[in-house]
Every structure is written in structure tokens, then in C-alpha cells.
Write a protein that binds this ligand. Structure first.
Ligand SMILES: NC(=O)c1ccc[n+]([C@@H]2O[C@H](COP(=O)([O-])OP(=O)(O)OC[C@H]3O[C@@H](n4cnc5c(N)ncnc54)[C@H](OP(=O)(O)O)[C@@H]3O)[C@@H](O)[C@H]2O)c1
Length: 258
């Protein structure tokens, strides 16, 4: 598999997806449809996110084939019930099925490999939000059992640069980036003059500058900012196309956050 492919049949270049943690239950009606209309394909969810998995499935409806669904198993016990529910919501298959926060990893990988053999799972991944677990994540990456990882990355949280991104590149694993906006904290204060300085890169808002900062690293396949607002789906999606930032623009964004 080439570097930057999220998983079998998944996106191969830097693209913007959509997360669903703490947003879908309070979202504007039509936020998923607005994302699809804006060209968003990757939608990330988890049983940890309240009703989000079900709401995502309902919102996709007949447009399910347009989407690349990345969801997760998240239970210390048997994952069969979670998988059965998700397969029901997503038309009988999940594009990328991830082990959430490395909970019960070995047992969940066994189940996901079986489901992949039956054609119900296309690719397998693992996530963790904390740098303290990156050693364990690296072991899972080296096991050869996963196609993609999901990790936090933004100009204020850069621990993945040390070991995880180089290893993903070496192994050819896809990289899904959670928290590209620092859970919203990074967008609250817009630094003066930066958006204007990045206009030639198609940037019109500070959120777009942060998302493009992530995707300008060729090791990152897909950033998944979450939003509850229809107009922000298109705003965020627009950051997922070239021209990508070079070192100077990346430095400018990083310095503006520091
Ligand atoms: N362990 C794991 O596997 C794990 C952990 C964390 C996250 N994740 C995944 O990663 C996704 C993204 O991370 P996240 O949701 O924590 O953080 P995030 O995407 O960095 O930030 C989301 C916040 O940014 C705001 N926002 C989005 N677009 C905006 C824009 N254009 N302008 C201004 N504000 C904007 C949203 O508020 P509005 O709704 O008001 O737009 C929301 O509060 C999650 O939803 C989840 O799918 C996975």
C-alpha cells in the first residue's frame, strides 16, 4: 500500500473528512449532507460518541455509497454487538474499522480480521488520543495487522512527529488526523494578518489555515475536523486541495499558534 492511502479503496491524497464527537447530536439539520455536497467523503465515528454512529448512518441514507465510513470498536468486552449495530447502520459494511484508544486491541483485531474476511470490513485501524500510548500504538503498527492509524496532530500538539508519523510512512500506513483544530481551542483566537498572507494558497479563514497545515505534511492522509454547522462543512472541506503549504507557510501557522 502506498503512503497516504487510508485503506483499501480509500482516499490517497490529503483530504478533509468530518469527525462526529460531540457535534452530531447538537448539529444543524443537514450537516452531513452539506459535507457530502462539499466533497467530504470520510466520516469518522465511534460508539463512544453517544448517538453519533446511528445519526451518521441515518443522515447518509441513500448516499451511503458516496461515503467512506471510519468507525470504531470501543468496549473492554466482546465487540460483536457494536459491530452488528454499526453494520446495520452503514449498509452492511464499514470502510475503515478502528480499535478505539487501543481498548482490548488483540480481541478486537481478531474480530475485525474475521469481518474483513467476510467482506464486511474493508480496512482496519487503531486510534489513540494520548502521547503516553504512542509506544503501544507503534507496536500495533509494526504487527502488520492494521492499514491506518488515527492520532491527534495540530500546531500545538506535535508529539506524533517524533516516532508515529515516520513509522507510518515507513510502513505505508494511512494517517487520519483527529483534533486538527485542537478541539476548537485553536480557532477561537485568530492571529492578525495570517489569513491574508495565505490567500494564494486558497485560504480564506483561520480554520482552513490550521487544516491545511496538517494536510501539507505528506504523511497525513486525512484531517477530520468536527462541526455542527452546515456552513463550516464547506469551509473546512475547501482546505483539502492544493497548493499545499511549504516550510515557510507551515512555520507561519505554527508560530501564530505558539
Ligand atoms: N481517541 C479517538 O479515537 C479520538 C479522540 C478525539 C477525536 N477523535 C475524532 O476526531 C474528530 C475531530 O476532533 P475533535 O472533534 O476533538 O476536535 P476538532 O475537530 O479539532 O475541533 C472541533 C471543534 O471545532 C469547531 N469548528 C469546526 N470547524 C470550525 C470552523 N470552520 N471555524 C470555527 N470552529 C470550527 C467545532 O465547533 P462547531 O460545531 O461550533 O463548528 C468543534 O467544537 C472527532 O470528532 C472524532 O471523530 C477521535
Amino acid at each position: 500500500m502506498e503512503s497516504r492511502e487510508l485503506g483499501a479503496g480509500g482516499p490517497r491524497v490529503g483530504v478533509v473528512g468530518m469527525g462526529t464527537w460531540q457535534t452530531l447530536e447538537r448539529a444543524d439539520a443537514g450537516v452531513i449532507e452539506a459535507g457530502l455536497d462539499a466533497g467530504i467523503r470520510v466520516f469518522d465515528s465511534s460508539p463512544m460518541y453517544g448517538e453519533a454512529e446511528r445519526l451518521l448512518g441515518e443522515a447518509l441514507g441513500a448516499r451511503r455509497p458516496e461515503a467512506y465510513v471510519a468507525t470504531k470498536l470501543w468496549t473492554p468486552g466482546d465487540g460483536t454487538a457494536q459491530a452488528t449495530a454499526a453494520l446495520g447502520w452503514y449498509g452492511g459494511y464499514v470502510d475503515l474499522y478502528q480499535v478505539h484508544n487501543l481498548v482490548n486491541t488483540r480481541a478486537h483485531l481478531d474480530l475485525l480480521e474475521r469481518l474483513r474476511g467476510e467482506g464486511q470490513v474493508r480496512s482496519i485501524g487503531a486510534t489513540h488520543y494520548s502521547a503516553g500510548a504512542f509506544g503501544e500504538l507503534a507496536d500495533v503498527m509494526r504487527s502488520g495487522r492494521i492499514d491506518a492509524i488515527q492520532v491527534p496532530y495540530n500546531p500545538r500538539q506535535r508529539e506524533v512527529e517524533r516516532e508515529i508519523l515516520p513509522l507510518a510512512q515507513e510502513l505505508g500506513l494511512g494517517v487520519l488526523v483527529m483534533r486538527p483544530l485542537g478541539e476548537g481551542a485553536l480557532v477561537r483566537r485568530e492571529p492578525a494578518g495570517v489569513v491574508e498572507a495565505l490567500r494564494d494558497f486558497g485560504i480564506t479563514t483561520w480554520a482552513q489555515a490550521l487544516i491545511k497545515w496538517v494536510l501539507s505534511d505528506p504523511r497525513c492522509t486525512c484531517a477530520i475536523p468536527a462541526t455542527s454547522r452546515v456552513e463550516r462543512a464547506a469551509e473546512n472541506a475547501a482546505a483539502g486541495s492544493p497548493p499545499w503549504f511549504g516550510p515557510q507557510e507551515c512555520d507561519l501557522v505554527a508560530r501564530s499558534v505558539a
